[in-house]
Design a protein around this ligand. Structure first.
Ligand code: SF4
Length: 488
């Protein structure tokens, strides 16, 4: 069918696809009317016990309904850092580089190591959305950093760099299952997102998830979730809705784009500064029927599905070859932080394998096709490649000295007790009540610095307001051994 005979929506798809491939320039204006019609714009314990050891291997499923997350009313635009919008921290400037699907080539990983050495403090941090942060950046390094990242293909759309928050199942296509390879779909979606000028208005917190059907990244509380289904189908869910739409998997990237536009329209109508779907006022909450109508306008056949039973899968555990499959490594850097030499080693091992690195939202790195002695070399470099490490399920915010709000050097405190304070429940260390980077749900131990110790909260136990440093190891080990969890 010639382009001129296509229905309007499909003509727009073809135009956007051409633009994504970098072929003939799209004559469409900044906010193409065709694109607006495409998305249906209106107005716009552990310690040796085998049971506990097993539980430590299984981070608990989040309970979104009773999450510690509080309802939020936004009064300003978000100030999320990016690669071009640097955040001034106490240890210098911070840049966050978005990695859709967590995917990196060896060349891109090498560029990040060079950026960390040339402009920053020589370290890289993994975030809870599968991105990478550089810290301790010198004042005035922005142009040089941008040029370096752009040269490695890490800044394909400068106007959209902060909205490319796309997580995908890290083991997709690697574990011999017949689930769809969602990483390709996540990348297709990224291209669509970057080719849609209006999408730059999304907040830096709006999250898209492409889950291959196991329920790992779908459990991260995304704003738009694509869940693979048997037979080439997919479910698309908006926020935490109980219902969803089912459609052909190939249409899922377009459906996710339609969902993003629907959210922006609803936020504009509500006149709020909502960053996320859950922040829309009740009277402007997204509706599955209206979503289906918009999909219809875009030429996507979708069927509403009520009360979906969402699967849950625990994150991949650290493992050397012989874990998930005989050639896939899952590497856990303690507290999600690596030196540039450690990072370069991962790139080197990746280069000996598939040439790909996958940064996970659980602050680990999957290296597909990495056999040989890669695991042994990585372990010798101080990174974790075996399960049951004291570093599994231990996370921390930046704390001192990087964050001015912090009342403690939380990472140093976490390191001091990591070996003895083991247990099945995840623990998150925070320097203040913001609890940056905390796990989802409530099944985790919450430590917040008080200035003289830590406030300790664990599921089903009374809060301990000020645990002193000398008591911390024993108190934390006890709190992580939740008897109710151990019984399950
Ligand atoms: S939780 Fe508080 S101390 Fe820690 S990084 Fe966030 S703002 Fe800083």
């Amino acid at each position: 069918m010639a382009a001129g005979t296509l229905p309007p929506a499909w003509r727009v798809r073809a135009a956007v696809r051409r633009r994504c491939r970098g072929s003939a320039p799209d004559p469409a204006p900044q906010t193409p009317a065709g694109l607006e019609s495409l998305v249906g714009v209106v107005t716009d314990t552990g310690r040796g016990d085998p049971i506990v050891g097993m539980l430590a291997a299984m981070p608990q499923p989040p309970s979104a309904a009773s999450s510690r997350d509080e309802p939020v009313i936004r009064e300003r635009g978000d100030a999320c850092p990016g690669a071009l919008r640097l955040h001034a921290a106490d240890d210098g400037f911070l840049a966050r580089v978005r990695l859709p699907g967590g995917l990196l080539t060896v060349r891109q990983a090498s560029a990040l190591a060079l950026a960390a050495d040339r402009f920053g403090d020589g370290h890289l941090e993994l975030t809870s959305r599968g991105n990478v942060q550089l810290r301790g950046l010198a004042d005035g390094c922005g142009a040089g950093l941008a040029e370096l990242l752009d040269g490695a293909g890490l800044l394909p759309a400068p106007s959209h760099e902060r909205v490319r928050n796309i997580v995908a199942t890290p083991l997709s296509g690697l574990d011999g299952s017949d689930r769809p390879d969602v990483l390709a779909r996540a990348l297709e979606f990224d291209r669509l997102l970057c080719a849609s000028p209006w999408a730059a208005a999304l907040s830096g917190r709006f999250l898209f998830a492409f889950d291959d059907g196991r329920g790992d990244v779908a459990a991260l509380g995304p704003d738009v979730t694509v869940l693979g289904r048997p037979g080439g189908r997919a479910l698309v869910r908006l926020g935490r809705a109980a219902d969803a739409v089912e459609l052909a998997g190939r249409d899922a990237p377009w459906a996710a784009l339609t969902a993003a536009r629907y959210f922006l329209d609803a936020a504009a109508e509500a006149g709020t500064q909502a960053w996320r779907i859950s922040e829309l006022p009740a009277e402007h909450a997204l509706d599955i029927t209206e979503f289906g109508r918009r999909l219809g306008i875009a030429g996507i056949a979708a069927t509403p599905v009520g009360a979906v039973e969402w699967p849950y899968a625990a994150p991949p555990r650290p493992s050397g070859a012989g874990g998930h499959d005989r050639a896939t490594l899952c590497v856990l850097p303690p507290l999600g932080r690596l030196g540039s030499a450690q990072w370069r080693l991962l790139a080197q091992v990746a280069d000996e394998g598939s040439g790909q690195l996958r940064v996970t939202p659980w602050r680990s790195v999957v290296l597909p096709g990495a056999g040989g002695d890669g695991a042994a070399r990585i372990e010798r470099a101080g990174l974790v490649v075996t399960p049951d490490s004291p570093w599994e399920s231990v996370t921390a915010c930046t704390g001192r000295p990087g964050c001015a709000k912090s009342r403690a050097d939380v990472r140093a405190d976490a390191r001091a007790v990591a070996e003895v304070a083991r247990g099945p429940l995840p623990v998150h260390w925070s320097g203040c009540e913001r609890r940056c980077g905390h796990p989802r749900g409530t099944a985790w131990v919450d430590l917040v610095a008080t200035g003289s110790g830590y406030r300790l909260a664990a599921p089903g136990r009374p809060v301990r307001e000020d645990v002193r440093p000398s008591e911390l190891a024993a108190a934390l080990a006890d709190a992580r051994t939740d008897p109710d969890v151990v019984k399950k």
